[in-house]
Design a protein around this ligand. Structure first.
Ligand SMILES: Cc1ncc(COP(=O)(O)O)c(C=O)c1O
Length: 400
């Protein structure tokens, strides 16, 4: 077996690359979970998460992945028989709906024009306007769908709810957007935001987060789907043990403490600019590769392409696994495979989390090498196009 030197680059949309400092912060024996450092870490992380969510309201942490916090939000916010409206823009809104249905929550869907487009706020306004009796309790909106790679305009979604004069809660899945693209929970009037540790937050998988405002907390006092583990009211209580409904995942919290430090040092604004630039560099490369017609962006409208991940469609007859396997086995770059309806006809380049220019060159260099080696027709010079774009600066320069 040949052992490769150097590091592998994760270019899949979660889990993402974890900074060495974060890994080191977790490389410790367990600590007392009832007093001292563990309690301080929880308090400071819950407080600092408010800066990341841009909220003055309540933050909660769960030993969970994203599916867990989907369920946490559903179980706190709804009673059996309640109805929610889910705008569909890819794979994850539909997956979330299965969890709602299993809990006894009724789901109505609002389809995007197609799976290559963002949700249309005008359609949302019309749908809510037609709900005269206010049967719909909440709009469950995915910010960035990691399968289609579409980004939704949350401020306009909020505006649509207000324009329809509808009291529905706005509940946002920001699992693939928090710490990646602008998200202003309070300024945009979002009632609940859901996130997880393994993407923009530069941590290992294992933690789920929810931020909820007073309206959401108030409503959740009367709902009947709350379970012992997910009930966020219980988690507001002391002692420390209650914050996790059991043993605190102390090592994950140590890692989170470090990753939040890194994020706050970099600042949210710089993080958003860094992602925008690195994503644009990837798109410039794809623009060039696509000139031979064999591959194309899934998302048709440029302003609906997310800065977190890009889904690239391949012409019928080209198996994306050949490309992703080649990159993994020969070039140490792990791309995302297509999932859901995109399976077997696409691959994904994630550009989220702990990432810099050098890593982006590595990723797109690997894809272009694979395209060439596998004789998949493509315009050559994608990497050059990315260089030309990034050479115009400003450089992110935050890894000195
Ligand atoms: C937008 C979105 N929502 C939910 C999830 C589910 O998260 P998890 O895999 O951590 O359960 C994912 C995972 O990729 C996601 O991208």
């Amino acid at each position: 077996m040949v052992k490769k030197s150097g590091t592998k680059i994760l270019a899949m949309p979660g889990p993402t690359n974890v900074p060495e400092e974060v890994i080191q912060a977790m490389n410790r024996p367990a600590i007392d979970i009832y007093s001292g450092e563990a309690v301080d870490i929880t308090k400071s992380c819950l407080a600092d998460l408010k800066h990341i969510f841009r909220t003055k309201f309540h933050t909660f942490v769960f030993a969970s992945n994203g599916h867990g916090v989907w369920e946490a939000a559903l179980s706190n916010l709804f009673s059996s028989g309640d109805t929610v409206l889910i705008p569909v823009c890819g794979h994850f809104p539909v997956s979330w709906s299965y969890f709602a249905k299993r809990l006894g929550v009724k789901v109505e869907f609002l389809e995007a024009a197609n799976e290559r487009a963002a949700n249309d706020p005008k359609k949302l306004k019309t749908a809510l306007g037609a709900d005269k009796k206010h049967k719909i309790k909440a709009v469950l909106q995915v910010h960035i769908d990691t399968a289609s790679s579409v980004v939704n305009d949350l401020a306009s979604i909020r505006q649509a709810i207000d324009d329809a004069k509808h009291p529905a809660l706005l509940v946002v899945d920001a699992i693939a957007s928090l710490g990646i693209v602008p998200l202003e929970m309070d300024a945009w009037g979002i009632d609940v935001v859901i996130a997880a540790s393994q993407k923009g937050l530069m941590m290992t998988p294992g933690l789920g987060f929810i931020a909820a405002n007073e309206k959401a907390l108030h409503i959740s006092k009367k709902t009947n789907l709350k379970s012992g583990y997910w009930d966020w009211h219980d988690r507001q209580d002391e002692p420390h043990y209650k914050k996790y409904c059991g043993t605190a995942p102390v090592h994950l919290m140590m890692g989170l403490r470090k990753s939040l430090n890194l994020m706050l040092e970099e600042t949210m604004e710089t993080i958003w600019i860094r992602h925008a630039r690195l994503a644009e560099a990837v798109r410039r490369a794809i623009d060039v590769w696509a000139t031979k017609g064999e591959l194309s962006f899934n998302v048709l409208e440029k302003n609906q392409r997310s800065n977190a991940v890009t889904t690239v469609l391949l012409r019928d007859g080209i198996n994306p696994e050949i490309l992703t396997n080649y990159c993994r086995q020969n070039l140490c770059v792990i791309l995302g495979i297509g999932i859901g309806t995109f399976e077997g006809r696409s691959f994904r380049i994630a550009h989220m989390g702990y990432l810099n220019e050098a890593m982006i060159f590595g990723i797109i260099g690997a894809v272009e090498t694979a395209l060439k080696s596998l004789s998949i027709p493509h315009g050559s010079g994608g990497v050059q196009a990315a260089i030309d774009y990034l050479a115009t600066g400003p450089h992110t320069g935050n890894f000195n």
